[in-house]
Design a protein around this ligand. Structure first.
Ligand code: MTE
Ligand code: MO
Length: 482
């Protein structure tokens, strides 16, 4: 980087806002990221590092440590940093301040969870574990945290605030509800899948790199959720009428907040919230226990059939609004773009926020790359299948020769589900005859849902730069032994 100007700490510091330009220091480089802020999924969040070193932030949001991200940053390099100009008080301080954020993480997490990122914590179970139980055990349920776990709330002190934008929702009375008051509404339980929009992102990257955590097939789980209906609570505060008094969106805010103090938030349309058949719940129990810290204690939203991002954990405030949540998770992340769009030319407003998820299935057993015993003349395959929006799985097809020949898997539905309200998954199993001389099996699965939706054959046709909603045929290759 010879030939670039040398900048001191004080010079960089002047560029700390959108008006003065945004410069940052990383290692020994100085970068002008002003124009990039509108493209970065974190948007304004980048301003916390404005005019200073971003190393401590990158350490926390370790998702940045990819060659593509480093190359992108280098393309914005304007100079070299004079390391001798760093004032004493800047050295190491950020680390301490930012490290404190992590003091509320659970003491222990299941050792079998495969960690995609330590801080914030993101981990999935090995997919083979998922087929064991219709209800995924709490401690093995994937964890997707965008931010540090918030301080634990005393259940007696906890309040859920319901607020509204001024000028809408005539007759709606803003209110604060204690946990006890919430539990006084009719309590109901449903089995429902929560799946991250990034589930199976890992295999979308095999075609072309994507941005985001490299989830394999385990960013999905099915649990028994116990809580009260959001529509009952909203009716209680006075939401009613054909057009709900002009309310268009229900925003949920979590207690977890970023370095600038803004919380995780997402929203759903008021129609979804008020439809009793959509079963949107405020949940306090997961599989019969208090909801674990990592999954939103003491209260979380469950929006069955929708992308996981809408099921806000640690919910503390509901805002009735004419607008979607202003958060990056509603307005930037969890949106699908065509394949010619990437982080350099994205217009986030050109696409809708994801809500309902597409039909999905995956092979959980055998494990990719393993050797399977075929001395019986058969191989047994297991996996999950699920579709969004309450659609049921009507069929799962499997192949062991890369999709030349197919057979139909047996679906296990441990519980009867109401038509158009099928929120739980179907675990499936297939025992397929295999000839002794095969050597390798190229296992494929694909599902069809009750609206006749099918999965695309390849990731190519659905590739998007964030690697979202990958539901291409799932493929697993294994060796055989007689
Ligand atoms: N809610 C809050 N408050 N904070 C979060 O980071 N992550 C969302 C959603 N709700 C998130 C949140 C995303 S992207 C997903 S996929 C699910 O929670 C994951 O839920 P789980 O961690 O219980 O599996
Ligand atoms: Mo997610």
């Amino acid at each position: 980087k010879d030939g670039l100007p040398l900048y001191s700490f004080d010079e960089v510091k002047k560029h700390d806002s959108s008006e003065n330009g945004v410069w940052v220091i990383y290692n020994k480089g100085v970068y002008d990221i002003t124009g990039f802020i509108s493209k970065h999924p974190g948007g304004e969040l980048l301003l916390v590092g404005a005019g200073r070193a971003i190393d401590p932030y990158w350490k926390i949001y370790s998702v940045h440590h990819s060659p593509e991200t480093h190359a992108l940053l280098e393309s914005m390099r304007i100079g070299n940093y004079d390391t001798s100009s760093t004032p004493e008080e800047e050295k190491g301080e950020d680390d301490g301040e930012l490290d404190n954020q992590w003091s509320n993480e659970p003491q222990s997490r299941h050792p079998a969870l495969l960690c995609n990122q330590e801080k914030p914590f993101n981990a999935e179970p090995p997919p083979a574990i998922l087929t064991g139980d219709f209800h995924t055990p709490n401690d093995l349920f994937y964890v997707r945290n965008h931010l540090p776990v918030p301080p634990r709330v005393d259940p007696k002190e906890y309040r859920l605030e319901i607020a509204k934008e001024t000028g809408i929702g005539e007759g709606v009375e803003p209110i604060e509800l204690s946990l006890e008051e919430i539990k006084a509404f009719p309590v109901t339980s449903i089995s429902a899948v929560v799946q991250c929009g990034g589930n199976r992102r890992h295999s979308m990257a095999s075609y072309k790199p994507v941005r985001g955590l490299s989830w394999k097939g385990g960013a999905i789980g099915n649990a028994r959720w116990t809580g009260v209906r959001l529509c009952d609570v909203l009716k209680h505060v006075g939401v009613s009428g054909g057009n709900y008094g002009g309310i268009k969106h229900v925003q949920f805010e979590g207690l977890d907040a970023d370095a600038m103090g803004s919380c995780y938030s997402a929203s759903i349309p008021i129609e979804t919230a008020m439809d009793p058949n959509r079963d949107v719940l405020l949940v306090f129990q997961m599989n019969g226990e208090d909801i674990p810290i990592d999954h939103g204690y003491p209260l979380r939203v469950i929006v069955p059939g929708a992308v996981g991002a809408r099921s806000v954990k640690w919910v503390s405030r509901i805002v009735l609004s004419t607008e979607e949540s202003p958060s990056i998770w509603q307005r930037r992340d969890y949106k699908l773009f065509p394949s010619n769009v990437d982080i350099n030319n994205v217009d986030y407003e050109s696409s809708e926020a994801m809500q309902d998820m597409p039909v999905q299935s995956a092979i959980c057993l055998p494990i990719p790359g393993s050797t399977v015993d075929i001395s019986s003349g058969f191989v047994t395959l297991r996996g999950y299948a699920w579709s969004g929006g309450g659609r049921s799985i009507s069929r799962v097809d499997v192949s062991i020769n890369g999709g030349k020949d197919w057979s139909v898997a047996k679906l296990h539905s441990n519980e009867s589900q109401k038509p158009n309200r099928v929120w739980a998954w179907s675990l499936w199993e297939a025992t397929v005859p295999v000839s002794a001389c095969t050597g390798q099996l190229d296992i494929v699965c694909k599902a069809m849902d009750s609206s006749c939706n099918t999965q695309p054959e390849n990731v190519e046709s659905i590739w998007n730069f964030r690697g979202l909603a990958n539901n291409a045929w799932h493929r697993v290759s294994v060796k055989t032994a007689n």
